[in-house]
Design a protein around this ligand. Structure first.
Ligand code: AMP
Ligand code: ZN
Length: 112
């Protein structure tokens, strides 16, 4: 499958890993939009948030556990943002489910 995040999981494309276990990988975003910008992904290929169902949602819960651990490690004690872009209108460019963990600056709301 021609998926860059599956290739990162397989080690075929380099990444700066910040966390890894059996089911979840986290690595630094190549084009950071905040002082801390980490992508947290399931190792298994799930195309988008629209493809989450009861057969694969356990890893999503685990992703949020991992994100909380990483946020603490990164010193984001005053807050952070977790973003998922889904589909064309949601601005998703990589079709492997990922959550952006963003921190180190103030974020506006509503997002543009
Ligand atoms: P999205 O627009 O939500 O699909 O986000 C995709 C993100 O993946 C963007 O923030 C990109 O900067 C990031 N990205 C794309 N390719 C790589 C890569 N090889 N390593 C790390 N981050 C990447
Ligand atoms: Zn993939």
């Amino acid at each position: 499958m021609d998926c860059i995040f599956c290739k990162i999981v397989a080690g075929e494309i380099p990444s700066t890993k910040v966390y890894e276990d059996d089911t979840v990988l986290a690595f630094k975003d190549l084009n950071p939009t905040a002082p801390v910008h980490i992508l947290v992904i399931p190792k298994t290929h799930i195309a988008s948030a629209a493809d989450i169902d009861e057969s694969n949602s356990a890893v999503i819960a685990h992703i949020f556990e991992v994100a909380a651990v990483i946020a603490k490690e990164q010193g984001l004690d005053d807050g952070f943002r977790i973003v998922n872009n889904c589909g064309e209108l949601g601005g998703q460019t990589v079709k492997h489910l990922h959550f952006h963990l963003l921190g180190g600056r103030k974020f506006d709301w509503p997002a543009g």
